[in-house]
Design a protein around this ligand. Structure first.
Ligand code: SF4
Ligand code: SF4
Length: 194
């Protein structure tokens, strides 16, 4: 602001990046289900600095990964209120480059994503992601399940950095999808320009 401009009587509020009415208050689910590289914290283990359901005990000194993380429920109005992580026990993230929605499911509630209304919504999202070459990935304690139109495939353990490659084949019975997890330096990805 230039010095000659009048100072407003009350500060102008910063634009609110979160969906109105949503906040992290009372949640902390991401401090369990996500891995934090800087802390060598694996998935599905409560962070040692977490006051569960309250917040971070080292908030001012938390790693960059934690500072920059927001789940999709917080920032995407298209994600319904019932996806609130503290209630659904699932944390949604979206990877735009891969057109991938990842659902990090609390290992203590591994079937949460199969229950209504979640499962139907996940299938609808899978159709939209597939149209752009992506998919929905459901991550549980160990296994990762890919959902594509007409396909639910358990890939077992998918490590960070691995790339999911979905393929489809048209046949007399319609389109059949498949998916594999590849290392980032897999020659197949290079051939495909990915
Ligand atoms: S899961 Fe989402 S709402 Fe919950 S604490 Fe993490 S960022 Fe906030
Ligand atoms: S450092 Fe804080 S914000 Fe980061 S995972 Fe641990 S408790 Fe959560």
């Amino acid at each position: 602001m230039a010095e000659s401009e009048p100072v407003p009587a009350t500060p102008t509020p910063l634009p609110e990046p979160y969906v109105a009415g949503r906040s992290c208050d009372g949640c902390t689910m991401c401090c369990k289900v996500m891995s934090i590289e800087a802390l060598a914290k694996p998935r599905q283990k409560w962070c040692e600095h977490c006051a569960v359901g309250t917040g971070c005990k080292i908030y001012a000194a938390r790693p960059e990964e934690c500072r920059t993380f927001v789940c999709s429920w917080l920032v995407d109005a298209g994600v319904g209120a019932h996806w609130a992580p503290r209630r659904s026990r699932m944390v949604l993230t979206y990877q735009s480059e891969q057109h991938q929605i990842t659902i990090h499911v609390d290992g203590d509630r591994p079937d949460a994503w199969r229950k209504p209304p979640y499962r139907d919504e996940i299938e609808a999202w899978a159709g939209k992601m597939a149209a752009n070459g992506g998919q929905v990935l459901v991550r549980m304690a160990r296994d990762a399940v890919v959902i594509l139109p007409g396909l639910e495939k358990n890939l077992g353990e998918v490590r960070d950095g691995q790339v999911l490659l979905a393929t489809k084949r048209a046949g007399p019975a319609g389109v059949a999808w498949d998916v594999v997890a590849l290392e980032p330096d897999d020659p197949m990805l290079k051939r495909l320009g990915r």
